[in-house]
Design a protein around this ligand. Sequence first.
Ligand SMILES: Cc1ncc(COP(=O)(O)O)c(C=O)c1O
Length: 296
Amino acid sequence: MPEGLVYVDGEFVKPNEAKISVFDHGLLYGDGVFEGIRFYNGRIFKLGEHVDRLFASAEKIGLPIPMTKEEFATAVLRTTSKSGLKDGYLRPLVTRGAGDLGLDPRKSKRSSVVIICSTINLYGNKHELGLKAIVASVRRTPPSSLNPNIKSLNYLNNILAKSEANLKGADEAIILDIDGYVAEASADNIFAVKGGVVYTPPTTTNLVGITRGTILELAKGHYETRVERFRVDFLLKADEVFITGTGGEVAPVVELDDQKIGTGVPGPITKDLQKRYFELVRSTGVPIPPSGNNGH
Ligand SMILES: Cc1ncc(COP(=O)(O)O)c(C=O)c1O
């Protein structure tokens, strides 16, 4: 059984007992939004930013959340506290709720709020060794079709890219936008380092990642940073490439389409930013209240 605890519409339940309706439009149509949040050493990293982004995603699809931001943050803290975990991963999601079998969202009368508190391990020891990536043949859904800053439950585009990486024996997929510029990885933002400068694409075609923002902050005063578009050839000629995400944290990419990036091992700037990221996440964040002191 997965460890942790799940909040479902006001109730706390064990992971294998958590249920939602098969008529929920989150399941039927991917009509809903989510977040991925990590907690380290008893503190939730950037909780406020994640709650803000969840509410912003919901607003963009006209999805009501039956709680205020403060109530949502409290529910996240309570779930984590009651889980007893000190380090782990949270997956809050808001679905359109149960409706009928047509896709009209008006038929769902009440959104459902689920907060899964558990653990995650995405890349194992690849944080030290580096990842092998491929350039996916599937392109990122264009912003004119779906705003990439809606963190919706509809991840098929990303899953197709990841499956292509799996088939080719790679760890990750780099996805290009509709014009052939590098957008992001399957669930991470992307950075390249060239001549000591740290580059990342603008977020017109990818998610405004909270880890991306943290890395740009951590780089300030240490490295020049440039937010600009680039193509695959720039990645192949880069000294270093790394990807960032709450789940994947800061992970070096050492091979792309069977070609080595730089020297083929994680580079010094990646390692420096990775180290400072881990120091930051382990020493900051909203403290999880002790269980027994959470109103239940
Ligand atoms: C498509 C996509 N891009 C980027 C990211 C990284 O975002 P963050 O750093 O906020 O976790 C994620 C993960 O949430 C994602 O799903």
